[in-house]
Design a protein around this ligand. Structure first.
Ligand code: 3HC
Length: 682
């Protein structure tokens, strides 16, 4: 088996080792065993003077095999394979294409020379799954490229391209696209007799020069409370202070601690959950994604412009339609602003930004949408308006085009009924800001075809979104849970809690903002009836006082010119008056109660959504809340978190507060099953 995973072929005196372990050449046991045997044999084979290590398929090794984490690892370990490669008495060349990630890049660092094609990408994504580079990466990388750049790569976990890799000295040479093997054999032949063989482990300790302190000063807030980046910093510091071997031992110890920790467990769970959301093989047999070349967008408001930006940034031509010139111009301004911010933060290159700007066609006639493959409506959130637009789109769009609505709450079937093609109508619900947030809810109407769904899933991947299929029910997955949280948060306000107290509890839990900060950002007046004399809810009372949120400079908070919020006496007086009017007694409320009363109902709502089939699997709820609302990823998502809190506790606390408990949640709590137990349904 290992011989088939790592094949050997001699080219003159150069032995080429080719690893082939689909889909991404993860460094699972057969790969490690095959590599070690091949390298040890090469060391003892007189016919071999140099070795090339290359991968078949779409990529160089994409890292350790994530499915092996949390279990005892079979020998040889990746560290042992790296040590054997580095110690090889003959030069070893790493030949990289695709994505050389994590343990894959660490293998390359153990090799003596590195060559790559221009399209190759490099990175150490371990901290994203709560780990650190554990096969020598924290010790070899700073010795090769310096402490400051090594920290940036390890802690940011972002990928870099070949250009940057060459400029920081991570690779020695670039091969032409399609000529990697020959380039690597040439490099190996050239270096076959060059001595000493350059081994990173033999380099002196790199000097820190204050790089770690500078990094912490600039990024301390981002990594506060996160185990992996902090452990990674300790390991890199060790590279500056300890002998190579001692540094490796520390790295190993830290890695083992992280692997056993809660955060890494949650992050690894989420890695699989996110990929699981995209697995839709159970959809109708024989259905296939349709080709999509051109996108139409109806409505150039904030959402429409954000959606346009998302497609333009990924190289799609976009036709942007509005009713009047002013609205269209404003929308285009927003698109330009979005794209230039993407360019400023290097998310887009100069060339890509220009190409993106040139690819938008602003139009005032709907007929111009006629040759779009997918048209996304992002207009006002009113059923009559949506139905009118869909009737119009049905007439102007080509018959095979997919028509999608970005509605947050409305009934997809009712919208689809305004067309003659309900099989090609669906929801594509983006989250604000649409060009930044990774989540896309793909909402399936009663008659939406499998091929339309598959098209949407494939399209989402092309624009870098994580798509989750949701059923057609009020608020779909994300907003329905959000609404439940809002209800409970408002109840707490009525009983004596303050907005900033509730928000602070959520931020301390790890959310980017609390429910009332979110409400102020989105606009307190969303859905308001606009009659200041009619006060039937707290929202009505706030809106009657002009407290519409950030845009008005006041909402649940008061805002300064920089939109920084501070607790508002006026808002608090309005809240208290309204509570008095309802006759609600006031009391002091603890942080624990705030969290239990807002987060446990979210779990309860998630369980209902799964039981009703609105979410296809429990983990999809987690993907929605992490990618759409910023639930702290190191807590896995509300459902994963609930299993760790304990369902019995959650049910008993919900009852204690007099809140509803979903039958499916109760059943699982009683039988001791977890929410994520796939074997059990109901
Ligand atoms: N281990 C096991 N399986 C992996 C994997 C890995 N490291 N990386 C990807 N896969 C699997 C995915 O689960 C998926 O499986 P599926 O087809 O059954 O759903 C399949 O490979 C394809 O993955 P994607 O859908 O993500 O494919 P993309 O082409 O979009 O992306 C990728 C490819 C860039 C390689 C991306 O999968 C990725 O980022 N993988 C994770 C890489 C990573 O984190 N590596 C570090 C591992 S930790 C480590 O190396 C520790 C070391 O320091 C000791």
């Amino acid at each position: 088996m290992n011989d088939r995973v790592v094949t050997r072929e001699i080219h003159g005196q150069v032995l080429v080792l080719t690893a082939d372990f689909p889909p991404v050449n993860a460094l699972g046991h057969p790969v490690r065993a095959g590599l070690l045997a091949a390298v040890e044999d090469a060391a003892n084979d007189d016919a071999v003077d140099a070795v090339v290590l290359i991968c078949a398929g779409r990529t160089f090794f994409a890292g350790a095999d994530i499915s092996e984490f949390g279990k005892p690892r079979a020998e040889p370990t990746l560290s042992r394979v790296c040590a054997a490669i580095e110690a090889c008495p003959k030069p070893v060349v790493a030949a990289m294409h695709g994505t050389a990630l994590g343990g894959g890049l660490e293998i390359a660092l153990a090799c003596h020379y590195r060559i790559a094609v221009p399209s190759a990408r490099f990175g150490l994504p371990e901290v994203k799954i709560g780990l650190l580079p554990g096969a020598g990466g924290t010790q070899r990388l700073p010795r090769l490229i310096g402490v400051a750049t090594a920290i940036e790569l390890i802690v940011s976990a972002e990928q870099i391209g070949e250009n940057r890799a060459a400029s920081i000295g991570l690779i020695d040479r670039t091969a032409d696209e399609g000529k990697l093997l020959q380039g690597a054999i040439d490099l190996a032949s050239e270096k076959a007799y060059v001595r000493p063989i350059p081994r990173i482990c033999e380099r002196a300790n790199p000097t820190d020069g204050g790089a770690i302190e500078r990094f912490v000063a600039a990024n301390g807030r981002k990594i506060r409370g996160l185990d992996a980046p902090n452990a990674a910093l300790r390991a890199v510091r060790a590279a500056t202070e300890l002998e190579f071997g001692d540094g490796l031992l520390l790295e190993r110890r830290l890695f083992t601690e992280l692997e056993a920790g809660e955060q890494s467990g949650a992050l690894r769970y989420f890695f699989n959950a996110e990929r699981g959301a995209g697995r839709v093989d159970d959809l109708a047999q024989g259905a296939a994604a349709l080709p999509v070349r051109k996108i139409g967008i109806v409505g150039a408001g904030t959402m429409g412009a954000g959606i346009a930006t998302a497609f333009l940034s990924s190289g799609f031509p976009v036709v942007l339609y509005e009713l009047n010139r002013d609205a269209l111009d404003r929308g285009l301004q927003v698109v330009r602003g979005n794209l230039s911010r993407a360019a400023a933060s290097s998310r887009l290159g100069e060339h890509e930004t220009e190409a993106a700007l040139a690819a938008v066609t602003p139009v005032l006639e709907p007929e111009a949408l006629g040759d779009c493959d997918v048209v996304i409506e992002a207009a006002f959130e009113l059923m009559e308006i949506k139905r009118k637009i869909f009737g119009m789109l049905d007439r102007v769009a080509k018959p095979e085009a997919i028509l999608a609505t970005n509605t947050s709450y409305l009934d997809i079937d009712e919208i689809a009924a305004a067309t003659t093609r309900p099989a090609r109508v669906m929801g594509l619900h983006f989250f604000s800001p649409a060009h930044i947030m990774k989540l896309l809810e793909v909402v399936r109407g009663a008659r939406t075809s499998s091929s339309a769904l598959l098209t949407a899933m494939a399209l989402a991947k092309r624009i870098g979104k994580t798509a989750v299929i949701a059923g057609n029910g009020y608020g779909f997955i994300g907003n329905r849970i959000l609404a439940r949280r809002r209800t409970e948060a408002l109840n707490l306000l009525m009983e004596g809690a303050f907005p900033d107290q509730i928000d602070a509890a959520h931020v301390a839990f790890g959310m980017p903002m609390g429910p009332f900060q979110m409400s102020d950002l989105a606009g307190v007046d969303i859905g308001w009836h606009r009659d200041p004399s009619r006060i039937e809810s707290l929202r009505d009372a706030l809106c009657a006082a002009g407290r519409f949120g950030q845009k008005a400079g006041k909402g649940f908070y008061d805002y300064d010119d920089h939109r920084t919020g501070s607790p508002s006496r006026e808002a608090q007086a309005i809240i208290r008056d309204y509570a008095m009017a309802l006759g609600r007694p006031q009391r002091a409320i603890s942080e624990e109660e705030i969290l239990e009363r807002t987060l446990y109902p979210m779990v309860d709502e998630g369980a209902r959504i799964v039981a009703e089939g609105i979410a296809r699997k429990t983990s999809d709820v987690d993907v929605v809340w992490v990618r759409g609302f910023g639930w702290p990823i190191y807590r896995g998502g509300p459902m994963y978190w609930a299993d760790h809190v304990g369902l019995k506790k959650i049910v008993s606390r919900l009852r204690h507060y007099g809140l509803d408990v979903a039958p499916s949640l109760e059943a699982r709590a009683e039988s001791g099953r977890s929410l994520l137990d796939p074997a059990a349904s109901g």
